[in-house]
Design a protein around this ligand. Structure first.
Ligand SMILES: C[S@@+](CC[C@H](N)C(=O)[O-])C[C@H]1O[C@@H](n2cnc3c(N)ncnc32)[C@H](O)[C@@H]1O
Length: 315
């Protein structure tokens, strides 16, 4: 497969990312989601010639595209195939104790959806895969063909907020009694048949939520995000910024809650006479309101529609 990350991809909320990272020449920045290096190149321009960016992605195609896009800045970048949840270990191996900025642009890129052939899209008929890292062991095929009905139901409900989770899970297990589910096309048909016709197209494509749920499960997206925020915050220098773009409510909820905890918000049940949760102010939230794409960006890049950016500064 040729490189499917195209440098022509439009980075989402680019101006805002650069603004909230508050970049200075010489900064050390960790970026956990290189993709087509759309944000990366602009970050590097702002920290060069003395700054350093550590860029990570699970998809080796992202690293080869980034290597090409960033060829004139090779002294300023270190590119690593790894999980952003391992930010602590990655920096330790590089001998870096603290960073000035931490950036994540979550989820997957349009390039991966449209050209990776890994079954991320419910519109194409491809193999059930959905791994960001093609070498990882858990694939969508494993989830769909091997998980028990109860676990499937829970995933569709929790990670897809799918109202018809029970029916979809039951129909998948029923189908499996006769034949393995090999392709995204087969899965889409099962999902469609599980949703009553009058409800089928009410919330976008009928398979959208089930696909999101399976992708989250395959790539352990929510666990990785929680770990990355904890670890990333630990290695952030005082005055350093953490900026995260999320694309669905489950991710955004985690970012919002973590940032709120870092900012010292008490999470004790109401009515306690004194705080017992140990809340301590370790950061300032600098996006008092969540930041979303401008009308202009939405017109230029409709795919940015669901993006939400939040940022904090470590005190
Ligand atoms: C939305 S894209 C990034 C696009 C990039 N900002 C750009 O403008 O070109 C997200 C990228 O994060 C990667 N990714 C997702 N989860 C990851 C994880 N846990 N660790 C490392 N990379 C991850 C995906 O493979 C994908 O390339």
């Amino acid at each position: 497969m040729d490189d499917y990350f195209l440098p022509s991809h439009k980075p989402v909320l680019l101006k805002e990312v650069l603004h909230f990272l508050n970049l200075k020449q010489g900064d050390v920045i960790f970026e956990g989601t290189l993709g087509g290096a759309g944000h990366t190149i602009e970050i590097i321009k702002a920290i060069a010639p003395t700054g350093k960016l550590i860029g990570v992605d699970l998809d080796s195609q992202a690293l080869s595209t980034a290597t090409r896009v960033l060829k004139n800045y090779s002294d300023n970048v270190t590119l690593i195939k790894d999980n952003f949840a391992n930010v602590g270990g990655i920096l330790k191996r590089l001998g870096i104790s603290f960073i000035d900025g931490f950036f994540l642009d979550l989820g997957l890129s349009l390039d991966q959806i449209e050209r990776s052939g890994r079954g991320f899209s419910y519109i194409r008929d491809e193999k059930l895969d959905m791994r960001f890292d093609p070498e990882a062991s858990k694939r969508a095929y494993t989830v769909v063909n091997e998980y028990p009905e109860e676990k499937l139901r829970e995933i569709f409900y929790k990670y897809g907020e799918e109202r018809w989770a029970s029916r979809v899970a039951r129909n998948i297990v029923e189908y499996r009694r006769f034949k393995k589910i090999e392709s995204t096309g087969e899965l889409v048909e099962i999902v469609k048949k599980s949703i009553p016709y009058s409800e089928r197209y009410k919330r976008g494509h009928p398979a959208k939520r089930v696909f999101q749920a399976i992708r989250i499960e395959v790539n352990e997206e929510l666990e990785n995000l929680e770990k990355a925020l904890e670890e990333g915050f630990r290695v952030l220098r005082s005055g350093g910024r953490m900026v995260v773009i999320s694309y669905h409510s489950l991710e955004d909820r985690i970012v919002k809650q973590k940032f709120s905890t870092f900012s010292g918000k008490c999470i004790c049940p109401p009515g306690l006479p004194v705080c017992a949760c140990g809340a301590e102010k370790k950061a300032e939230i600098i996006t008092k309101k969540v930041v979303t794409p401008s009308m202009e960006e939405l017109q230029e890049n409709p795919n940015s529609k669901s993006a939400k950016l939040r940022a904090i500064e470590k005190v």
